[in-house]
Design a protein around this ligand. Structure first.
Ligand code: EPZ
Length: 417
C-alpha cells in the first residue's frame, strides 16, 4: 500500500495542466457498448477508475486495440456478454453505467449491485426506475440486478432525485429505444452535456442536455464514438485550492472557467485573488483567509466533490464557517483526519462548523475516499511539519500523477511504497 509523505509550509508557485475529466470518460466508455465498431477516445486521464472501466467493457467482449496513456481505441463489434462481474463492479460504482447500454444493445444485463462506499449507501434505485420506464424488466437476484428488455420503448419519465449517473444511464438507453423519451428533473452537470454531445456526434438525437429536461428521439443504431475528453473541473478546483491554502500563486491551465463559477466566487469571497482567462485560472493568495459558508448542491451549485477540499481551506480562515453537505449522507469522513492535524470542526448532521485556526500540524492520516484524500493532501501542503497519508489508492482513482503535478509547483511531496 503506497503512502504519500508531505513536508508542509511551502507556498505553491507555477503552472499546472488539468487532465481529462474522469467523470466524463467513464460514461463515454460505457456508451461505446451502444456502438458496433472501432471507437477512439483521446485526452483520457491516466487514473485507476478508467482502467477498471476499460477492463469491464473488455470483459463484456470489446477489443481494446490501444490503451496507452491518454488514447483508447476499442472495438465493440464483438460485445456479447451481458454480465458485469462482481469483482469489477464492487471496486467502482460507476460500473453501473453499463446497465443502460447493455439493455439497449443486447436486450439483457446482469450487473452486480454496487456496494455502498465511504460517502454513503449510494443506491441505484433511480437508475432502475428510469430503465423500467423504458420497458426493461428488472429483478434483484443474489446481489445482482438482472434486466431484460425485448425492445426499449420511449417514455416520459421524472427522476425523483437529481442523479448524475442515473440521468446518463437512462439517456444512453433511450438513444436506441423506439420513439421519443422525455426525461425530467435531470442532472445538469457538464459531464451529462458532454456525453450527449458525444452521442449526438455518433448519430443520437438528444436535446436539452445541460437543462433539467432532456428529450431523446430513438434511432436504430449509433456510429462508433470518436471524441476528446474535456478537462476535469474537480481536479481544476483542487489545484486552485492548493494555491490558496499554501498562500501561493498557481495558474491552472486547460480548464473551463465557466464550469468553475461556484469555486471562483467562493474563493474570492474568502479573500483569494482569482483571475479568469479563456482556458485558465490564476489563483493568488497572500492575505489572511475570510471564513465563507458553503452548501453543496447539484450543478450549477457548489459541487459536493469539492466540499472536502474547501473545508481544508476554511480550517485556516480567520473565523467560523458553516459547510453543509446536501448531496451525500456521509461525506464528512475527512473531518476526523483533519482534526488529527489540529483542525477545530464540529459536525451536526449534514452541517460542519469550522472554527479557523492559525496553523495545521502535520500528522499521520488515512485516506477514506477520493475527495477526502485530496483534502488531506491540501491540509498537508499547508501544515507545519510532516504529514503521512496512507491508503493513497483512493487518490489514484481520480487524480492523474498528483504528486508529480504538486512537486512541479514546488511542493515537498513523495510517494513511498
Ligand atoms: C456522480 O456520482 C459522480 N460520479 C460523483 O463523483 C459525484 O459526487 C456525484 O455524481 C454528485 O455530483 C461519477 O460521475 C462517476 P448521484 P453519482 O447519483 O451519479 C442518491 C467523485 O468523487 N441516489 O448524482 O453516483 C445518491 O445516494 C464521485 O468523482 C439515489 O438515492 O451520484 C446521492 O445521495 C464521488 N438513488 C444523490 O442521489 C439513485 O438511484 C446524488 O447521487 C441514484 C442516486
Amino acid at each position: 500500500m503506497d503512502k504519500i509523505i508531505i513536508e508542509g509550509g511551502t507556498p505553491l508557485v507555477g503552472q499546472v495542466t488539468i487532465s481529462g475529466a474522469k467523470n466524463a470518460v467513464l460514461p463515454v466508455l460505457a456508451a461505446t457498448l451502444l456502438t458496433q465498431g472501432e471507437n477512439e477516445i483521446l485526452e483520457v486521464p491516466r487514473v485507476r477508475d478508467v482502467k477498471t472501466m476499460v477492463d469491464l467493457v473488455q470483459d463484456l467482449g470489446a477489443e481494446v486495440d490501444q490503451h496507452n496513456g491518454s488514447r483508447i481505441v476499442l472495438d465493440t463489434s464483438g460485445v456479447h456478454k451481458t454480465e458485469a462481474r462482481y469483482d469489477l463492479v464492487s471496486t467502482m460504482r460507476a460500473s453501473c453505467l453499463v446497465l443502460g447500454p447493455l439493455l439497449a444493445r443486447l436486450g439483457e444485463a446482469r450487473v452486480s449491485l454496487p456496494g455502498g462506499c465511504a460517502i454513503g449507501a449510494r443506491p441505484i434505485d433511480l437508475h432502475i426506475k428510469g430503465l423500467e420506464a423504458l420497458g426493461a424488466v428488472i429483478k434483484l437476484e443474489e446481489g445482482y440486478i438482472h434486466g431484460t428488455a425485448k425492445k426499449l420503448k420511449g417514455a416520459h419519465h421524472y427522476f425523483d432525485l437529481v442523479t448524475v449517473t442515473g440521468t446518463m444511464n437512462v439517456m444512453m438507453a433511450a438513444t436506441l429505444a423506439e420513439g421519443e423519451t422525455v426525461l425530467e428533473n435531470c442532472a445538469r452537470e457538464p459531464e451529462v452535456s458532454f456525453l450527449a454531445q458525444v452521442l449526438n456526434r455518433s448519430g443520437a438525437k438528444i436535446e436539452g442536455a445541460g437543462s433539467d429536461t432532456i428529450t431523446i428521439q430513438g434511432v436504430t443504431s449509433l456510429r462508433p464514438i470518436e471524441c476528446s475528453i474535456f478537462p476535469d473541473r474537480i481536479e481544476a478546483a483542487t489545484y486552485m485550492i492548493a494555491g490558496a491554502i499554501t498562500g501561493g500563486e498557481v495558474e491552472v491551465l486547460n480548464c473551463l472557467p465557466d464550469e468553475l463559477e461556484p469555486i471562483v466566487l467562493k474563493l474570492r469571497e474568502a479573500g483569494v485573488d482569482v483571475a479568469v482567462n479563456e482556458r485558465s485560472v490564476k489563483v493568488r493568495s497572500h492575505s489572511p483567509l475570510t471564513p465563507v459558508n458553503i452548501r453543496t448542491h447539484p450543478y450549477p451549485g457548489f459541487p459536493t466533490d469539492v466540499q472536502a477540499q474547501f473545508m481544508a481551506l476554511m480550517v485556516l480562515a480567520q473565523g467560523q464557517s458553516v459547510i453543509t453537505e446536501t448531496v451525500f449522507e456521509n461525506r464528512f469522513m475527512h473531518v476526523a483526519e483533519l482534526r488529527r492535524m489540529g483542525a477545530e470542526i464540529l459536525i451536526d448532521g449534514h452541517t460542519a462548523i469550522v472554527r479557523g485556526i492559525k496553523r495545521l500540524s502535520g500528522a499521520p492520516v488515512m485516506a477514506t475516499d477520493l475527495r477526502a484524500s485530496a483534502s488531506l493532501v491540501l491540509a498537508g501542503l499547508a501544515a507545519k511539519g510532516q504529514t503521512l497519508i496512507s491508503r493513497v489508492y483512493h487518490i489514484d482513482r481520480g487524480y492523474q500523477e498528483m504528486e508529480k503535478k504538486l512537486s512541479k509547483l514546488g511542493a515537498s511531496i513523495r510517494r513511498v511504497k
